[in-house]
Design a binder for this molecule. Structure first.
Ligand SMILES: [Zn+2]
Length: 199
């Protein structure tokens, strides 16, 4: 059942146009084990038989070889005990925003709407490190301690959620907020104070 739900989540983000080509990977946690998409797969075509099973420390338990970015998924779960789903994407707008210059400590995804503040919270920016590297996984692990939505500099995004449906929603909401930020980039747009999102 969990495997089927993971496949459905993969199809959902692919249908939304958020995982170009064979990019992107997704996982779901059940107990102390993680089901994760395989290396070299398209989220559009992945099936339950393609999924790899890992322990939380990344040990390969069964199935095909996992995505090369498995370590960042494990790092996110270890930092966020409530997380049951992690999705990493190279979607167009979020990746574009991840490439914009951002002063240290500044919000990499400016808040223009209360919806952005309420759904995504504080978005963290993870310093660039090569895809699949331990340095990238370590960066995600540190950032995930304080944020459930992350931009990976010059790479893409990671979202963590308490279930797969919420994770898919977060991916779509992040992409919408990133598109808005790109539309307004360089303009004299009014930003919202995070505290003003709540009545
Ligand atoms: Zn990636």
């Amino acid at each position: 059942m969990t495997a089927e739900q993971l496949v459905q989540a993969c199809r959902a983000v692919a249908s939304a146009g958020l995982s170009p080509g064979s990019s992107g990977n997704a996982s779901v946690r059940a107990g102390d084990r993680i089901l994760i998409t395989p290396t070299g797969s398209s989220l559009r075509r992945v099936t339950t038989g393609d999924l790899a099973e890992l322990a939380l420390d990344g040990s390969h338990l069964s199935g095909p070889a996992p995505t090369k970015e498995w370590a960042l998924h494990c790092a996110a779960y270890r930092s966020r005990p409530e997380a049951r789903a992690v999705i990493h994407l190279h979607s167009r707008a979020a990746t574009a925003v991840s490439c914009l210059a951002c002063p240290p400590g500044a919000d990499p995804l400016p808040a223009y709407t209360p919806y952005r503040i309420r759904t995504l919270g504080r978005v963290a920016l993870v310093d660039y490190a090569p895809p699949g590297s331990n340095a990238l996984a370590d960066g995600v692990g540190r950032a995930a301690e304080g944020a459930h939505v992350m931009l990976l500099a010059n790479h893409g995004s990671v979202v963590c959620a308490t279930d797969l449906l919420r994770a898919v929603d977060l991916c779509e909401e992040l992409e919408a907020a990133a598109e808005l930020a790109l539309t307004l980039h360089g303009r004299d747009a009014r930003r919202l104070d995070p505290g003003s999102a709540w009545g």
